[in-house]
Design a protein around this ligand. Structure first.
Ligand code: CDP
Length: 223
């Protein structure tokens, strides 16, 4: 079997990671959540007092890049300099700032290089915003996932409440809308439907339906 790269792009909380995880499990592929990598860098900046509501010291964060190692465990958990930070990166504090970090071209270059290196092993499912358009334009199969604002807000609210985060539906909706705007309008690698991507809707299908459609497509390439 040739080495396979599957990309899943889409806006926040459309269900990319759930679909990516289900596909990776089914084929025994590695799942790489590229959003978690931007979240890890954002967490680092906040933890080092380089980013808060009043300031973002981009230059110092750039200076720190050579000392920052963002990676995944064998169980696909995000690590920062060797420490698992799965819970920290999902906080609202990180969600509120991550798009500001992700719009800076130097941080994107840093991530794209790492994402391509992680993809070199092959048999990978990577989800994000620019994976099919920029990181792996020659991917085996590209999906683009859509969902209504209502479905997205409900998904994310339920996830955060389950994790014990104190958050309101209004806050979640405001965060998603703000990130949609920044992620879609930035100059470097904005969120777009990649060329040749198969567009799927989470409104009609739900995870099982999406999984069935996606695996039927992938199976065609595995024959
Ligand atoms: O989990 P959620 O769908 O809310 O977002 P995420 O996939 O964790 O991504 C968090 C943020 O990282 C996004 O809002 C983007 O600003 C940025 N991102 C990006 O710019 N490029 C990617 N390939 C993945 C994420």
């Amino acid at each position: 079997m040739d080495s396979i790269i599957i990309t899943i792009d889409g806006a926040s909380s459309t269900g990319k990671s759930s679909l990516a995880k289900a596909i990776a499990k089914h084929y025994d592929f590695k799942h790489i959540d590229s959003g978690a990598m931007y979240r890890a860098l954002t967490f680092y900046a906040q933890d080092h007092n380089l980013l808060d509501d009043h300031k973002f010291d981009v230059d110092t964060l750039i200076d720190h890049l050579p000392t920052i190692d963002i990676d995944f465990t064998n169980a696909d958990e995000i690590t920062l300099n060797g420490k698992i930070i799965e819970d920290q990166v999902r906080s609202m504090e990180v969600s509120n700032k991550v798009s500001l970090v992700a719009k800076e071209p130097l941080f994107r270059q840093f991530m794209v290089a790492k994402q391509r290196q992680l993809g070199e092993i092959g048999n990978v499912v990577m989800d994000g915003r620019d994976i099919g358009s920029v990181v792996f334009p020659n991917a085996t199969i590209k999906f683009f996932l859509e969902a209504s604002m209502e479905v997205r807000v409900n998904r994310r609210y339920a996830e955060l409440i389950e994790k014990g985060e104190q958050v309101s539906v209004k806050e979640v909706q405001a965060n998603i809308a703000k990130r949609d705007h920044i992620d879609s309008n930035r100059d470097d690698s904005p969120l777009i439907i990649p060329e040749n991507a198969i567009v799927l809707s989470n409104d009609k299908e739900g995870l099982t339906g999406l999984f069935n459609i996606a695996t039927a497509e992938i199976d065609k390439h595995l024959r």
